[in-house]
Design a protein around this ligand. Structure first.
Ligand SMILES: *Cc1c(COP(=O)(O)O)cnc(C)c1O
Length: 326
């Protein structure tokens, strides 16, 4: 007996997700840099999900979930609440699958994000972050219109979809010794762990949270889900307050450990990506390299996977971070 909110996904679910995503998601490149290899004395393999459709791995989980809707669910449509990459992932996936999408976003979300979500054809419903409860609004909307809510991480189809990126990385580099994965609510890390356990059981897998928001690390240490205040960090894709029950169950069983990186370390990593690899990476996407460089894990002489989870930045803020720092 289990009191989890749904059955846990398995590697077979990651494989089915890969079949659904074939020809729809990009198979993103795996890049290397002899500069960083020289500095760290290791061989690094960067899985570049900043080049995924809509700019982040979240397309994988969203599309995998939506493509399993029943005809009735498809006709009514999908609902998500998010101001970040999940919103765009759901909006794009819904458009590709020809179903309506409603995204509940805070009225003070950056206008570029509102525009991007609307640009994919979704209906955006705004709420006041300070006076209204987005979960209540979403529940009411879902009820009235028969919409299916897809959460950003705590859902077996989302978790399985996210795992397909690390499955691709391990098909290309099967003998990885260590892998670093950005960590928010744990959808990406749990899917990645399912793939790694099946394809590269020798590989150590570390989740990397922002130092200011280490709820998952606290949860792992204490053996139960710990909830924190919304953390203040530039890693806006990892500002989650708590793990989900499903993501926590998978992570807890398989992860090697959970590490943290500070905002200053993230900015250094962003600069490295821009200067040396000519890549725009969003702050959350740089958590993995920041930890590989600073968290004290011995990677000397090893083959190391660095998961770059996304590349969506506010260009003005990004420019400021690169030029002035924090
Ligand atoms: C959502 C997101 C994460 C964190 O993913 P979880 O599945 O919530 O752990 C990391 N990086 C980027 C770019 C994201 O959009």
């Amino acid at each position: 007996m289990s009191d989890l909110s749904a059955p846990l996904p398995t590697y077979a679910d990651v494989q089915s997700a890969a079949t659904r995503l074939a020809g729809v998601a990009h198979r993103t490149p795996v890049l290397t840099s002899s500069t960083i290899d020289g500095v760290l004395g290791a061989r690094l393999y960067f899985k570049c999900e900043n080049y995924q459709r809509m700019g982040a791995f979240k397309f994988r989980g969203a599309y995998n979930a939506l493509s399993q809707f029943t005809p009735a669910q498809r006709a009514a449509g999908v609902l998500a609440y998010s101001s970040g990459n999940h919103a765009q992932a759901i909006a794009l996936s819904a458009r590709l699958l020809g179903m309506p999408a409603v995204i509940v976003m805070p009225s003070d979300a950056p206008s570029a994000k509102l525009a991007a979500t609307r640009g994919y054809g979704a209906e955006v419903v705004l709420y006041d972050r300070f006076t209204e409860d987005r979960e209540a609004i979403s529940r009411d909307l879902a009820c009235e219109r028969g919409l299916t809510l897809i959460p950003p991480y705590n859902h077996p189809h989302v978790m399985a979809g996210q795992g397909t990126a690390v499955a691709e990385l391990l098909e290309e580099v099967p003998d990885l010794d260590v892998l670093f994965v950005p960590l928010g609510g744990g959808g990406l890390l749990s899917g990645s762990l399912l793939a790694a356990k099946a394809l590269a059981p020798q590989c150590e897998v570390y989740g990397v949270e922002p130092d200011a928001g280490n709820d998952f690390q606290q949860s792992l240490r204490s053996g139960k889900i710990v909830k924190i205040e919304t953390p203040k960090t530039i890693a806006d894709g990892a500002q989650t307050q708590a793990a989900g029950d499903l993501t926590f169950a998978v992570v807890r069983e398989h992860v090697t450990d959970i590490l943290t990186a500070t905002d200053a370390q993230i900015v250094d990593a962003l600069r490295f990506y821009a200067e040396r690899m000519k890549m725009v990476v969003e702050p959350t996407g740089a958590l993995s390299l920041a930890a590989a460089q600073n968290a004290g894990i011995n990677i000397k002489g090893k083959k190391v996977g660095i998961f770059i989870s996304g590349g969506n930045v506010d260009i003005a803020k990004y420019g400021e971070l690169l030029s002035r720092g924090l």
